[in-house]
Design a protein around this ligand. Structure first.
Ligand code: XLS
Ligand code: NI
Ligand code: NI
Length: 438
């Protein structure tokens, strides 16, 4: 069954095209820095936003009909989502998908029933994967929607709930491995707290780490070779989330001896919620060898929550791609953890939204290539530290001097000249020049 008879495969038509259902910049086979664009940009569809979310918000019902002509909450409907999702990915040329357990099937009150449904749906998904060549980027367990997780999963005060979290992780790992997923994500969900008056943060963090360790042990036992990811987020739903940002998550992973099995999944909107730029979070991950995957979206600077908009900001995508290229690429991919705005409710808007996101990252990649080939930014950055290449600077870097040596050096100089000018405005104008001249 074909859902979109009126929408064919989305093709690249070039920057001059006025066809809303065509790529203007994403040209999958175009060679950029030695490899095809699509290899730089392994895009993924998020099951939840694309196939489940209907635009419901705190103030109103859904606006978008995701029933696909069937009754919601049934296995027939769950299969229909698979059919729709695969047609959607195929038409857009998206090669990966990401899922939470409960995105795939309706959750039953009895976890054993839910697990059987997951077996059934994953058989069906596997068939579709073989038919189309589409792959699984990562899976995860939703440990935040069910009321039992009101205090989180690993961070819960209830040992029974902790076991349910473990059971869901076990099953989600089984399904991820069955589908050949490249990664497994822990987004902290409700792993956080509201008030210290009732919370033992040390105990909760120890318990989260224990749960992650158990997940790694089990995953490796069943043959999962990919990366585990932490997806940092500073707030929402909890006031204090333990995985606040990349630096915090990396500290946590190192403290608990989890660093070798984990990398980070960086979401643009989470970065800005933490008061950072997207590229800051990517750079912090990269310099620690932990840039794994990306949740590609963007927030609204005027709204303080995770609005999950489709990426549109070309500067941000450009800085992102500079980081990704510096890191030598991602072990994961670019998952559009993004939803169309509530008033863009037509299913056709889903195609248009993904085209926007994919074109934005294609532009980011093309700009990054130009910036790298131009070389002025990189040269300037290197030059800026050149006082550490000779003399006392070189001795510092080579750990050849003591604090007293440095103090003596300073006392002989009497006064230090100012560091070289940062020239931010010059650099920004170079970026504009490169981006907007052909
Ligand atoms: C929520 C997160 C979530 C994760 C997967 O803010 O972005 O969607 O990506 O659980
Ligand atoms: Ni996300
Ligand atoms: Ni998010």
């Amino acid at each position: 069954m074909e859902f979109f008879k009126e929408i064919d495969k989305i093709n690249y038509e070039g920057a001059k095209s006025k066809n809303p259902l065509a790529f203007k910049f994403y040209d999958p086979n175009r060679i950029v820095l030695g490899k095809p664009m699509k290899e730089h940009l392994p895009f993924a569809m998020s099951w939840w936003h694309t196939l489940c979310a209907n635009g419901v918000d705190m103030f109103g019902r859904g606006t978008s009909d995701k029933s696909f002509g069937l009754e919601l909450g049934t296995m027939e409907h769950a299969k229909r989502k698979v059919d729709f999702g695969f047609e959607f990915m195929k038409k857009l040329g998206i090669e990966y998908f990401c899922f939470h357990d409960v995105d795939l099937v309706p959750e039953d009150a009895d976890i054993n029933v839910t697990n059987k449904r997951l077996d059934e749906i994953s058989d069906y998904i596997l068939e579709k994967m073989h038919e189309t060549g589409i792959k699984c980027l990562w899976g995860t367990a939703n440990m935040f929607s069910n009321p039992r997780f009101m205090n989180g999963a690993g961070s819960t005060n209830s040992a029974d709930v902790y076991c349910f979290a473990a059971a869901q992780i076990k099953k989600a790992l089984d399904i991820t491995v069955k589908l050949g997923g490249k990664g497994y994500v822990f987004w902290g969900g409700r792993e956080g707290y509201e008030t210290l008056l009732n919370t033992d943060i040390k105990f909760e963090q120890d318990n989260i780490a224990r749960l992650m360790r158990l997940a790694v042990e089990y995953g490796r036992k069943i043959g999962f070779k990919g990366d585990f990811y932490i997806e940092p987020k500073p707030k929402e739903p909890m006031k204090h989330q333990y995985d606040y940002d990349a630096a915090t998550a990396i500290g946590f992973l190192n403290k608990y001896g989890l660093a070798k099995d984990f990398k980070l999944n960086i979401e643009a909107n989470h970065a800005t919620l933490a008061g950072h730029t997207f590229e800051h979070e990517l750079a912090i991950s990269r310099i620690n060898g932990m840039l794994g995957s990306i949740d590609a979206n963007q927030g609204d600077m005027l709204l303080g929550w995770d609005t999950d908009e489709f990426p549109f900001d070309v500067y941000s995508a450009t800085y992102c791609m500079l980081e990704v290229i510096k890191a030598g690429g991602l072990t994961g991919g670019f998952n559009f953890d993004a939803k169309n705005r509530r008033p863009s409710y037509e299913l056709k808007d889903l195609f248009i939204s993904y085209i926007l996101g994919m074109d934005t990252f294609a532009l980011g990649l093309l700009n990054a290539e130009k910036i790298i080939k131009d070389g002025r930014l990189e040269n300037f950055r290197k030059e800026r530290y050149k006082s550490f290449e000779t003399g006392i600077g070189k001795d510092i870097v080579n750990n050849k001097v003591s604090l007293e040596d440095l103090a003596l050096y300073a006392s002989k100089l009497k006064d230090a000249s100012l560091p070289s000018s940062g020239k931010q405005e010059m650099l920004e104008s170079i970026v504009n020049q490169i981006m907007f001249s052909e």
